[in-house]
Design a binder for this molecule. Structure first.
Ligand code: SF4
Length: 116
């Protein structure tokens, strides 16, 4: 059985409230208990893992290098007539800043999942 690791004052970034008093219990690479997290936070922590479950990038559903995937993505964006930069939940401020820059660079629009 893996060793139990306890992390106090962990921060949950799921919903935007950014609760920073969560106590996490981890066995190996999996979180098994989340003290003081709400049900959303508990589900978020327990379904994330440090295990590598996917390749670094996919092109047409096939594993690819990140460099090749960036090339293909750039080509798609360059050819797009109305590119939409969308998503950005669970995304750092720095990454959101880069997304806004990208949207401006390609003449696109930007939206988050909250518009749903
Ligand atoms: S614990 Fe719940 S309320 Fe707090 S940030 Fe996570 S999802 Fe939001």
């Amino acid at each position: 059985m893996p060793e139990l690791k306890i992390v106090k004052n962990a921060t949950c970034t799921f919903c935007g409230c950014v609760c920073d008093d969560i106590e996490l219990h981890a066995e190996g690479e999996r979180v098994v208990e989340t003290k003081r997290a709400c049900s959303l936070g508990e589900s978020w922590f327990k379904h994330h893992t440090a295990e590598r479950l996917y390749p670094d990038a996919l092109i047409d559903g096939k594993p690819a290098t990140v460099d090749d995937a960036v090339e293909v993505a750039a080509e798609y964006l360059y050819r797009a007539h109305m590119p939409l930069v969308y998503g950005l939940s669970n995304t750092t401020c720095e990454a959101q800043r880069e997304a806004v820059f990208l949207a401006e660079l390609i003449g696109g629009v930007i939206d988050s999942h909250t518009s749903l």
